[in-house]
Every structure is written in C-alpha cells, then in structure tokens.
Design a protein around this ligand. Sequence first.
Ligand code: SF4
Ligand code: SF4
Length: 301
Amino acid sequence: MRKLAFGYSTGCNLRCEHCVAAEDLAAGRKMEHDRAKEIIVAMARAGVGGISFSAGEPFLYIKEIAGLVKLCSQIGIYTRIVTNSYWAKTAESADQQVAELKKSGLRQLRLSYSRWHQKHVNRDNVLNAARSCQKAGIDYFISFVTDFSAEDDQYEQFLREHDLTFFPEPVIYAGRAKSFKRRRIVTDYQANCCSMNPYLTPDLDMYACCDAGSHFQQTNFFYLGNLNHNTVEQLFTMSETDRLHNFIRTMGVSNIASFAGMKAREIITYSKCDLCRKLFNCPESLARLRAEASRLAAWRR
Ligand code: SF4
Ligand code: SF4
C-alpha cells in the first residue's frame, strides 16, 4: 500500500533546537485548501491508503486539517496527525479537540516528545493528549526523539511512569541539529532497510522520503518532481522504479555502505538516516553507487 506524509503547512509555533525542517518552517508556507482536497482524491485513485499530516505543526490549522481528515475517511484513507501537543494544555481542552478529530474520522495521533520539544511544551501536554486518545478510542504513540545520552533518561522515565506507548527515534543531524556533535552509537550490525514514505510539501514538491529526504541538498537524491507538472502516479512510480531507492527498501543502507567500502565497525556507529545522508548526500558517493548499481544488485547473501 502506498503511504504519504502530507505537508499541508510548514508553519510551526515552536523553534526546537534539533528541528530538521528549520529552513522550511521559517518560510511558513501553506497549501491551498481546495487544491489539497483535489490532491487527496488523486492520491486515493493512485492507491494511497495512508496519509500522515506532518511538516510544521498541523494543529495550527486544525479546522482545515480536520476537513481533510474527514475527506480521507470518506474515501478510505487511513489518517494520522503528527503534533507537538502544544494545544493539550489541560485534560479538558485535549479531550475536546481529540473528540472532534475522532468525529472527523482520525485514526492516529503521533506525539513528538524530546528534551528539545519539552523546553517549549510542558510534558504534561503530551500526557493529556495521550490520555484523550485513550478515552476517545484513537490510536496514539509517542515519538521519543533522543541522541541516546543520559540527559534523556528522565524523559524516558516520565513515559514509563505513565505507562505510555513510545518508540525511541534517533535525532537526525540535519537542519538545526546539523551543528550538534554526532554521537557515535554502537548497535548490532543490522540491514537498516527503510520503507521510504514520500513527503509532499505545501508547494507540491514531492520527495521520496518523509524524514530528512528533502534536506539532501548536495544531491537532491530524493526529489521526485512537482504535482503541478506530474501526476501522483508518475511521482510514486519514479521512486518505485529507482534502483537505489529500491536498494534502500530491500537491501538496507548498512549493506549499501559496506558495498561502498565503509568498515563494519564504522557502520555500527551510525543511525540509519545519518548513514543514508553519508551515502546519498555526497555527490561522489552517489555517482559511484549509480554507476555500480548492477554490481550492487548482485551484492547479496
Ligand atoms: S521539531 Fe517539530 S515542533 Fe519542533 S520546531 Fe520542528 S516542526 Fe516544530
Ligand atoms: S533511511 Fe534514508 S530514506 Fe529512510 S527515512 Fe532515513 S533518510 Fe529517509
């Protein structure tokens, strides 16, 4: 099933120190509402079964987003909203907002949480939003962005104490976090395959990856095109037929890095997205991988 991260607006009310989308947020662009509805209908026709409203902070335009969620629900598209929970100041106000979204057909809230977000938003807001989802019968999960330092222990402990569903997610060293000192993490040697859901910007540019993909500025490796000049089908197909994109999905970035000559003991110090940046946001490395795609295809156990 095709899925998409829908960037209705890049406006955000916060300025988190780690924000990967900092440059986009400064411009605060927004999609035209009727155009967004047309696009969603076209997405359904192209087989898109899941849309995640992300980019800036969707709750800044929650009435419009709720309308889009309702449309998705009517045409059989699963919906999620990604939010920083600034709006969930009290249990009552959170209950009210979440109940409205439930009526629109929303299926899931993803709550962003980290020591950087929580400099701006009280962590009780995240708790309120999660509890409201539980009451309303909407799925939720907390995306706990971390650099795996001891500073984050107290933030993780808060989630555990309240028995909340959360998944740690490595900070991406792009955007404002580019200046952070990269922590060399060490894990098991694993493939690091990635499902790569595309991301649509308010200007209708589409990228093959919803996380850091629009920020591979050295190579623009994930850029697919613009919906003013291409159909939804054409843009999805472009990524689905790109050999290197498919290797990321099936072979994983660790195996590609090994093929490209990186030592195994260096590979295990990278998170998936940072390894991906190292390989595909470097013009020389990308050119070499494109040239050797056939040999890479045979690089399997
Ligand atoms: S990380 Fe999320 S909440 Fe923070 S500034 Fe960026 S988009 Fe806004
Ligand atoms: S591994 Fe690469 S394709 Fe996947 S989310 Fe990270 S940057 Fe995007």
